[in-house]
Design a binder for this molecule. Structure first.
Ligand SMILES: [Zn+2]
Length: 172
């Protein structure tokens, strides 16, 4: 369920994102990094493809933001994951981990460690909802703007917008 207040604040957040052609999460990541003065690295990782793991993780170090996404994700699904993590960043939810955590993880990543780390650092349900709504609204905005160059994966976009419709419809 999505309250009107949450929808309004998420819409404002999505509207404030610096979108320009070509409308993609990659372009947005570049522009957002420049605006924030902090590089954002998007890295696909195979170990994020596990069924009980989140599709993306944001880890902030002193001067850089790292966003890890499931390697198997493609098309609109991949865009949605990146935008979801961007949602956590612009909503100021705090990253899933520190540079110490990153150092711990990077040399020798194994699923058991990841499960332990992620279960310790998960976001609250309202934060997850907020990030997901910002991602969906940003995706919808990109799709509206890109009338000439629409994403090829329309079914994925349709599914995302369908979820949004249902979420909004559930609000009394
Ligand atoms: Zn999340």
């Amino acid at each position: 369920m999505v309250s009107r207040q949450l929808l309004r604040s998420c819409q404002a957040t999505a509207d404030a994102l610096p979108l320009r052609e070509p409308y993609s999460s990659a372009q947005l990541v570049d522009d957002l990094a420049a605006a924030r003065g902090r590089p954002i690295h998007i890295t696909p990782l195979t170990w994020l493809d596990g069924p009980s793991l989140p599709c993306g993780v944001w880890i902030a170090t002193g001067d850089t933001d790292y966003v890890f996404i499931a390697k198997g994700a493609t098309g609109v699904h991949r865009e949605q994951i990146v935008l979801h993590e961007i949602g956590h960043i612009v909503c100021g939810h705090g990253s899933a981990g520190s540079s110490e955590l990153l150092e711990q993880l990077m040399p020798n990543i194994n699923p058991a460690t990841i499960h332990k780390v992620l279960s310790r650092s998960s976001y609250s349900q309202p934060q997850e909802r907020e990030a997901e709504l910002v991602a969906t609204l940003a995706l919808a905005r990109m799709s509206r703007l890109a009338t000439m160059t629409r994403p090829t994966d329309q079914s994925g976009l349709g599914a995302a917008l369908g979820r949004l419709d249902r979420a909004l419809g559930a609000d009394g």
